[in-house]
Design a protein around this ligand. Sequence first.
Ligand code: MN
Length: 258
Amino acid sequence: MRILLSNDDGFRAPGLEALHQALQEVATVKVVAPEHNNSAKSNSLTLTAPLYVQQAANGFTYVNGTPADCVHIALTGMLAEHELPDLVVSGINNGANMGDDTIYSGTVGAAMEGYLFGVPAVAFSLVDKGWAHLDAAAKRCAELVRSLMPLTHGQAHTAPWLLNVNLPNRPYTELGALQWTRLGRRHAAQRVMTQDNPRGETMYWIGAAGEARDATPGTDFHATAQGQVSITPLQVDLTDHDRLPYWRALLPPTESPR
Ligand code: MN
């Protein structure tokens, strides 16, 4: 099996290194990751500047772009046909990607880019920042990838899938069971912070993410708070299917002008 591994924290991030190490025993792993931290870049693509691909001394490939750029260029020409992955893996991220985070997450964005190109994909995040118990998380991630192998491309072909995994920072023996979850919800983010720069101009800093609002049983927030490993299947269709009939009734289609 071939894995394309990326992240959003950049190619020097400990989470990428640890996951690469752990996945070595499962598959052939190619790393294509952003040069710099691209957290919260979602699925952003760089359309207004050229992208450059470079090799780090440790063999990782890095790109002066976003997580989605990395996966996009890898899948659309950078990799040779025989190098194309059976699975796209992203992470391990420094911090949770649960609930509303998934909309903003570059970690999820990298995985989603693979999914959009028809490759099964999984995003991994450590709930608390600071890399505590990273090796335990990487080991669990690799075990999960191994169990997903029969569901990837080269094997029994299924429609592509996209999974979002969040692991609590715990020693390996204290990591709970895998729990299938739905995304919880967060409160709106905290207020923007302002500071003056040395020239007296106001700088704005985006505030921290909101606290969990829906962390009820069944959610990713709840599972990780119990010490379990949360796994949520994601989809990309943003259509509000439930309210489509409501809108149709409210604003009936008009005759198209001829
Ligand atoms: Mn990140």
